[in-house]
Design a protein around this ligand. Structure first.
Ligand code: SF4
Ligand code: SF4
Length: 135
């Protein structure tokens, strides 16, 4: 006799305890935001460039860590940030074409930086305060 087939109750998606809309996009300032071939191909398509041109223009290879990552430029709050981060709005300028790493971060319902930011804003009594991680 065949065993009963069970369709389990879908687990609810975890409720996020952070709000990227209220954050200066600290994660976009991580020194190595890794990209793969699919990410580069997506960027090339978005900008109407060849794969090689997109790779050269938007990424760099880190010899030490042996990974290819997004290029940075100066950032007024965190030293440097991904070149696609709008410095005024603190939002991604290529949201639809952003790499996989940006889509999945922070890979869970919580974000360490956001917890820190929330704490600092409460301490300062300033909901727009931009908390940096260095003294
Ligand atoms: S640091 Fe956290 S809260 Fe801020 S934009 Fe990145 S994921 Fe969102
Ligand atoms: S591509 Fe967009 S989301 Fe990804 S690091 Fe750069 S600015 Fe942030």
């Amino acid at each position: 006799m065949p065993s009963k087939r069970i369709i389990p109750i879908a687990s609810r998606p975890a409720r996020l305890s952070y709000s990227c809309d209220k954050c200066p996009s600290y994660c976009c300032t991580y020194p190595l935001i890794e990209v793969g071939k699919r990410d580069i191909a997506r960027l090339a398509k978005h900008f109407g460039l060849s794969y090689e041109r997109a790779e050269e223009r938007f990424t760099k290879f880190d010899q030490e860590e042996k990974v290819r990552a997004l290029r940075h430029r100066k950032d007024e709050h965190f030293g440097t940030a991904c070149q696609f981060l709008d410095q005024e709005t603190r939002r991604c300028t290529i949201y639809e074409a952003r790499p996989g790493a940006c889509r999945t971060y922070p890979n869970g319902p919580t974000c360490g930086y956001y917890e820190f930011l929330k704490f600092e804003r409460e301490q300062q009594g300033d909901e727009d305060f931009i908390a940096t991680t260095t003294a």
